[in-house]
Ligand binder design. Sequence first.
Ligand code: NAD
Length: 432
Amino acid sequence: MSRQKDHANLFDDARSRLREVFDAINVHGDARERLMQPNLAMQVSVPVRMDDGSLRVLPGWRVQYDNTLGPAKGGIRFHPDVNQDEVTTLSLWMAVKCAVVDLPYGGGKGGVKVDPKQLSKLELERLARGYVRAIADIMGPDRDIPAPDVNTNPTIMGWMADEFDHLARGKVPAAITGKPPALGGSLGRVAATGRGALHVLDMWASREQRRPEETTLAIQGFGNAAYHFARLAHERGYRIVAVSDSKGAIYSREGLDPDPIMEQKTQNQRLHDMVYCDDSVCIAEDAEPIERDDLLTLKADVLVLAALENQVHADNVDQIKAGALLEIANGPVTSRADERLEERGVPVLPDVLANTGGVIVSYYEWVQNRSGERWSEEDINQRLAERLKRESELVFERAEREEISYRKAAYRQGIERIADAIQRRGNCQDSD
Ligand code: NAD
């Protein structure tokens, strides 16, 4: 299934959603102008010395979409499909997302066009360090704070943080989040995106008076965000009937336990201490293999999208049989598919709310790094739960009051906050 199906341009698709929100809440002209394009988009070339002595030069990007509410914040993706359009769109979504959950951040995102699974561990480290050297001038705890995203993880953030310290000639742990705890990373960060998504699902389920034990989940993706979500959802009593990854999918009507699947998937892990592994969820015993994309059209109560963008699009939306969708990935449903789901009355718990757990705990990491404190995991999980409860309830109540989708309610909440701040900065901002 193509990721590029029913939209020529991801950024245009994202901006069309913005325009709708501007009209619906009557956003001030200055904010409309500012939010239609990024503050800063930087393209870089990252030279990587390969183990055989040859040089590869990889294209990379860092985009700071908006910094009205605070420094840019957002992950770094290593993937063969990364391009400027994708990174810009992801940075826009980060800006909205941070505002939805009331974080003092703007939106940023970065990426390198590379298949990192083809690199050795040392080549990967050189790439991580080279990328930081390329974007260092626009980074920093008060400017732009990267974090992990697809195919990047705490190990890679550790290398990046070390490189930034070298360049800064000092210790600047708050410049990057998602680091290993030994380098100032926050406890609870690795599981935070999945944990946050589960809070949002739980809150929705309890509003619908639906118990976890009577709710089935089909989960697309089995990476960092999806695995921790699956593990915690299984503990809570939800029945996971299917999971997939890029190589295939498995199904069990009785329900799958994510832990043994992860153990089997990672037993042949190629790079020590990394998430990359050559095996698929399909290696799991006691589960029926199914076609990877058939997972999307299973009859589950909730389809959980936790892989990449544009998975549900105009061509497959009418085959979706799930009763609701939970977006852990960024942008997994195109705007045309979203309209169709709304017409059909299928609720979507949107990315800009449902996947904020990661950036919320990244914020706690940044606060701990700046204050020199270390919070317990219990404390962090408690703060995460409280913030998500407060902000999700605002979104759910607004959706009900204004009779709109959860996505529209979340966007209105986020854009209203950014637009208000833009206006309060005055009439001569940056212009004289
Ligand atoms: P990851 O690289 O750890 O995992 C991605 C998973 O998706 C892998 O299991 C991969 O095999 C699978 N996948 C890729 N293509 C697929 C396909 N066509 N069908 C089924 N599975 C497929 O990445 P991650 O960090 O878990 O991120 C996943 C999504 O969640 C991304 O959209 C990311 O932007 C978003 N997200 C992640 C975080 C975070 O903290 N990690 C935070 C917010 C949002």
